[in-house]
Design a protein around this ligand. Sequence first.
Ligand code: PL4
Length: 400
Amino acid sequence: MISRNPCIAHLKSGYLFPEIAKRRRECALQHPDAKIISLGVGNTTEPVLPYITQGLVEGAQKLGTAAGYSGYADEGFLELREKISSVFYKGRFHADEIFISDGAKCDIGRLQVLFGSGVRIAVQDPSYPVYVDGSVLTGAAGAWTETGYTGITYLPCTAENNYFPDLSLLPRSTLLYFCSPNNPTGAVADRHQLESLVESALKTGSLIIFDAAYAEYIRDPLLPKTIFEIPDADLCAIEVNSFSKTAGFTGVRLGWTVVPKKLHYESGESINSDWARISGTIFNGASNIAQTGGVAALDPEGLAEIRQLCDFYLENAALIRNSLQQLGIPCIGADNSPYIWAFFPEKDSWDVFTDILNRCYVVTTPGSGFGPSGQSYIRFSAFGHRGDIKEACERLIHTL
Ligand code: PL4
């Protein structure tokens, strides 16, 4: 018989989000009349807005004409790559430094092929689970112990350090995942913090994978929306981003990854060339319908719709945070992020999750699922219909 990849056995348990969905189903079976509201998984709920929808429709219609038909578009539409560069990066990247993907998560999973199983990994703790679980699957994470994986350096991001890690803990030659606005804490790194991040990466010979999936939620003009606002970041950072949470493309699937040509391995070879080679080998490009939608999303009308959609979820976030604050529950997030990170001192995250689910019929995400420093926290997601968000807030206020 064929043998199993031994790395799979090192996965700690079920992936966080299916586990939450399982517990929600169990609750529904026990309470068939209850209307369960999800503030758990960060999944968009509102329709794609008209201008961007029209872009998607045009993408589909083109396929039905001889003149408009297109097949594989391996590295992505040139028009989309050039537009991404001009809209988000002031045109500083050439189209062949921008790779169109089927979403940020997919590229986060694929990027580690560049570095193999011997690479050291560091993550913000807590962090989006894919960084750790993806590292387990490539064999880079090492063995699981009570304090985490031996091959991973966990950089605590807690109230004590204002949710920004102590960078003196970053080992040499490390692949560091960094997410801002952060999932799950909602914290956003300021310019000075990102400057120190770049400085540490350059000093230690490390590479940052900067996850900017929530950048369009930043409303404070002083906060950087991309790592490439920081000088010399193109010497030490790759950025992944997505249309999922901004244009409502969670189901459409479209994202991008910036791999600057200035990036090199220790041995001198180009990381950009390797990524082009690898993507061309294990990925066949994003849907061309999605890409036409993406081009529309980056027109002025599309960008206005992105802002409108993010504003809607930010208003939801403010409603949730205000309710928790009324209850005296300490929390952060919501200002420049669709997540609220709430603290329940001395309680176990899964116990609080279960309590809120069983008493309020509201699904949340237990903070411990995002890493050891997430213990005693709960993440509330602002992705939901306004009526559901208001009802969930009422239930929290009257039950907790
Ligand atoms: C549930 C920091 C959500 N099944 O849609 P993508 O692939 O472009 O982006 C995924 C992504 C990338 N980076 C960050 C993210 O938070 C997410 C989406 N995270 C969440 O609730 O934390 C959805 C999770 C989905 C999943 O496993 O990703």
